[in-house]
Design a protein around this ligand. Structure first.
Ligand code: FE2
Length: 228
């Protein structure tokens, strides 16, 4: 087996290298991600090898951080009795930004889908990459952005979880939802009033918030509800 994954593990920051064992989280027990079977599966290693061949190291590290977060949240969601394919979600997270080998602009999701189909990866992984931008892009906005005119909205739980965890990872660091919303607000020049309204579920007052922020907050609420 190619050792590069285990070599790079040695150099990972602790917040990526270690993962809390969700069943023993109260005890604060940590596991090395290399001790978790999904991160040792042939599919994960194959995916990691392609990712690291095509992408720059900072992209690879970001993707690893997202896949670890997806594993953690996905395990908790599964423990709550929800139906989720954890291996699909983790590998989808690992590959979600592979399109950044072609472009860092908004088309990188679509490019990722192309690359994964070209390498004969599971169509479900191609769709995770295509639908991970923000909390997805609907057909009308895709047309305005010059993207091929179709819906890029995450539909499956695995697609939704990858988009959500990607939103909550900046580089390799975990950030909270306020950080994400402020980032988009600063980018778009939105005042803070509508933000509190949507967090209080007063949806009728949110019309002036950009749809992308509303979608990100709604996805955040949807995933949090699965963890209750
Ligand atoms: Fe991305």
């Amino acid at each position: 087996m190619d050792n590069s994954f285990f070599n790079i593990l040695e150099g990972l920051p602790n917040d990526i290298k270690y993962i809390f064992n969700s069943s023993k989280m109260d005890d604060g027990e940590k596991l090395l991600i290399s001790d978790i079977p999904i991160f040792n599966s042939p599919e994960f290693i194959k995916s990691y090898n392609l990712l690291s061949k095509l992408c720059e190291k900072n992209v690879v590290m970001h993707c690893l951080a997202v896949s670890v977060y997806v594993y953690e949240l996905g395990s908790k969601i599964k423990n709550k009795g929800h139906n989720i394919n954890l291996e699909l979600a983790v590998i989808g997270a690992l590959l979600h930004d592979i399109g950044r080998s072609k472009t860092h602009d908004i088309r990188h999701g679509i490019e990722g889908g192309h690359i994964l189909r070209q390498y004969n990866f599971d169509e479900r992984l191609a769709l995770i990459a295509e639908r991970h931008i923000g909390a997805g892009i609907p057909k009308n906005e895709a047309a305005e952005l010059g993207l091929p005119e179709k819906d890029y909205i995450p539909l499956t739980l695995e697609e939704k979880l990858v988009a959500h965890c990607d939103n909550l990872i900046s580089g390799t660091k975990r950030v909270d939802i306020d950080f994400v919303v402020n980032k988009f607000k600063n980018r778009m020049g939105v005042d803070g009033e509508g933000l509190n309204n949507i967090k209080n579920n007063k949806n009728n007052k949110n019309q002036h918030l950009p749809p992308v922020i509303i979608r990100i907050l709604n996805l955040n609420n949807e995933i949090n509800n699965l963890l209750i």
